[in-house]
Design a protein around this ligand. Structure first.
Ligand code: IPE
Ligand code: IPE
Ligand code: MG
Ligand code: MG
Ligand code: MG
Length: 292
């Protein structure tokens, strides 16, 4: 299967499943509307795509990972809603439309994020595609990588690093936790569902970390030179907030070199993981060239 058909297929299936998940909630209609507003606005669904591609590359049916993929995307979307709040990055556009708090107000945006975060764990806990053992494994991965030791911790480091100089090592810690952790988590959950060996899980985790770093470096580059009509968010946000990014520390050329270096490391780990087909390799290439 080719990435050019696999990616849109995952995007469509995940979109439909997410819509179904929210519509089945017995909750205040305005809350459901605010959740749907960001969730169904059309992100790239890159984490679900990695999760599904990992399962497929291990020779299993990616459809057993649908609920897990939706759970990861719900956590990711909550992180974006909160990331855009005035108390954090204070951004007005996301996924090609006004940010959640610009549309629904800060209180509803906070609560829509809370609800997406909480319900993600329901979706995994009740996932009938997976054995109880796999469900618990996935729940542990998601709570570890998305929480204080993972993405939330990274967001804290990102905020504490504003308006002061971080060392390159400190910047790596920000990027690893705020972004690479959730990507690594998606790949690890896919690896568990695809019955990866211990050695494969280890190499796929390294792959996830390297691809995640590359992903955030490209995000930094796009914040500098990206086109809002493609990225769906306004460029220059990092500069305005005096964030530490690979571009602020190393310049555009330096950031591009690091992007390349981490995709090379990602490819090496992927080769050692010894999975079949080209899906994950092609996703790695997509990282370098993406403009949205
Ligand atoms: C943006 O994530 C925030 C980062 C962690 C880099 P994406 O670039 O995956 O955003 P969507 O999901 O496509 O909107
Ligand atoms: C966000 O990093 C990482 C998250 C956990 C949401 P950024 O703040 O750079 O993401 P964008 O550029 O707003 O999408
Ligand atoms: Mg941020
Ligand atoms: Mg931001
Ligand atoms: Mg950014």
């Amino acid at each position: 299967v080719k990435l050019s058909s696999f990616m849109p297929e995952i995007q469509t299936v995940v979109h439909e499943e997410l819509a179904r998940i929210i519509s089945s909630l017995k909750a205040p209609p305005l809350l459901k509307e605010a959740m749907n507003y960001s969730l169904l606005a059309g992100g790239k669904r890159i984490r679900p795509v990695f999760l599904a591609a990992t399962i497929h590359s291990l020779g299993h049916d990616w459809r057993t990972g649908i609920a897990a993929a939706c759970a990861v995307e719900m956590i990711h979307t909550y992180s974006l809603i909160h990331d855009d709040l005035p108390a954090m990055d204070d951004d007005d556009y996301r996924r090609g439309q006004l940010t959640n708090h610009k549309k629904y107000g800060e209180a509803m945006a906070i609560l829509a994020g809370d609800a997406l975060l909480t319900h993600a764990f329901h979706v995994l806990a009740r996932d009938h595609h997976l054995s109880t053992e796999l469900r618990i494994e996935a729940l542990q991965e998601l709570s570890d990588y998305a929480g204080a030791q993972g993405m939330v911790g990274g967001q804290v480091l990102d905020l504490l690093g504003e308006k002061k100089a971080l060392t390159l090592d400190e910047l790596y810690a920000v990027h690893q936790h705020k972004t690479a952790d959730l990507l690594t988590c998606s790949i690890r959950i896919g690896a568990h569902i695809g019955h990866a060996s211990v050695a494969q899980l280890e190499q796929l985790s390294i792959f996830g970390k390297q691809i995640g770093l590359a992903f955030q470096i490209q995000d930094d580059i796009l914040d500098e030179i990206g086109d809002q009509s493609k990225t769906g968010k306004k460029a220059g946000s990092d500069r305005q907030n005096e964030k530490n990014t690979f571009v602020s520390q190393l310049g555009l050329e330096g950031a591009r070199q690091k992007l390349h270096a981490h995709t090379v490391l990602a490819r090496e780990a992927l080769r050692r993981a010894d999975v079949s087909g080209n899906l994950l390799e092609d996703l790695t290439d997509y990282m370098i060239t993406r403009d949205r």
